[in-house]
Design a protein around this ligand. Structure first.
Ligand code: G
Ligand code: G
Ligand code: MN
Ligand code: NA
Length: 253
């Protein structure tokens, strides 16, 4: 069967699953929220989003799938927040096509109302390449989203088109430093110049700075010393199904 048909059926049959990777405040050690990462369990094992998100984009299936992701992520966050007794933040990745589609604001508004989540608990992740094409239009969309009270993050920062000059015009709350920068932090004497500069850039613009792909205690330590606010990566936890995430959050309390 064609992949497209399989995907269409999988959406209808709710075969997709959201995993959640915790984010830790590096100063307090508290888990303040998590990023939703989609998974597709199949007979041949997990199909990764790297394999099906591009196809979902090309076929337009990202629209029904993206809608499901938003509603599910916000609902799961409500469940997890109630289980632990404090409001968690959830970061949801948007794809290019979702970001460019008219009506995204209404969709997000609808998901907020349906789940009763506070808008400030929701962070939408976009990438540099999504805003590079038509910058003015992208800024308008970002402003519309911010007016709903949700947060915005630039994901994979440092890998895309260098929109550095535009960055200060983007109404974004968070800068997520790409994991390639974090992976360069390998030795005690390793040069932290680049990552320190990126952290300084984000902080200078008043953004929360999140480091992705933190895999070791040393990386965590160097990031904290460089003033990074939040860490995410295998050092803290792999992405987990909701029940395991709730278990981890409860153990951490
Ligand atoms: O979790 P990781 O391998 O599995 O994710 C691979 C890529 O897929 C990343 O670039 C990530 O941003 C993207 N991705 C993961 N989940 C989602 C999602 O729910 N929506 C979109 N648009 N992209 C996602
Ligand atoms: O593009 P985006 O940043 O949304 O996707 C994050 C990707 O990084 C996902 O595929 C996720 O599973 C993966 N990931 C999360 N933590 C780590 C980590 O510590 N190391 C590596 N190599 N990948 C990670
Ligand atoms: Mn992301
Ligand atoms: Na990223």
């Amino acid at each position: 069967v064609r992949m497209e048909t399989r995907m269409r059926n999988a959406i209808a049959n709710q075969e997709f699953v959201l995993y959640y990777q915790p984010k830790q405040d590096l100063t307090t050690g508290w888990i303040t929220g998590m990023e939703a990462l989609i998974r597709w369990p199949s007979d041949e094992g997990m199909i990764t989003p790297g394999e099906f998100i591009p196809l979902a984009e090309d076929t337009g299936l990202i629209n029904p799938l993206g809608r499901w992701i938003l509603f599910q992520a916000l609902q799961d966050t409500q469940i997890a927040s109630k289980a632990v007794g404090y409001p968690l933040q959830v970061a949801v990745n948007l794809s290019m096509r979702q970001f460019q589609r008219p009506g995204l604001g209404s969709l997000i508004q609808e998901a907020i109302q349906a789940t009763g989540i506070q808008p400030e608990q929701v962070e939408l992740e976009i990438t540099e390449s999504m805003v590079a094409e038509e910058v003015e239009k992208a800024i308008n969309t970002m402003q519309e989203l911010r007016s709903l009270g949700v947060r915005l993050a630039i994901d994979d920062f440092g890998t895309g088109y260098s929109s550095m000059a535009y960055l200060r015009n983007f109404p974004v709350n968070t800068l997520k430093i790409d994991q390639s920068f974090v992976q360069d932090l390998v030795k005690d004497d390793s040069n932290t110049a680049i990552i320190s500069a990126v952290i300084g850039l984000g902080k200078g613009l008043g953004m929360q700075v999140v480091a992705e792909g933190v895999e070791t205690a040393l990386q965590r330590k160097l990031l904290e010393e460089a003033g990074c606010h939040v860490g995410q990566g295998y050092h803290f936890s792999y992405p987990l199904p909701l029940p395991q995430l709730i278990g981890l959050l409860k153990d951490a309390q």
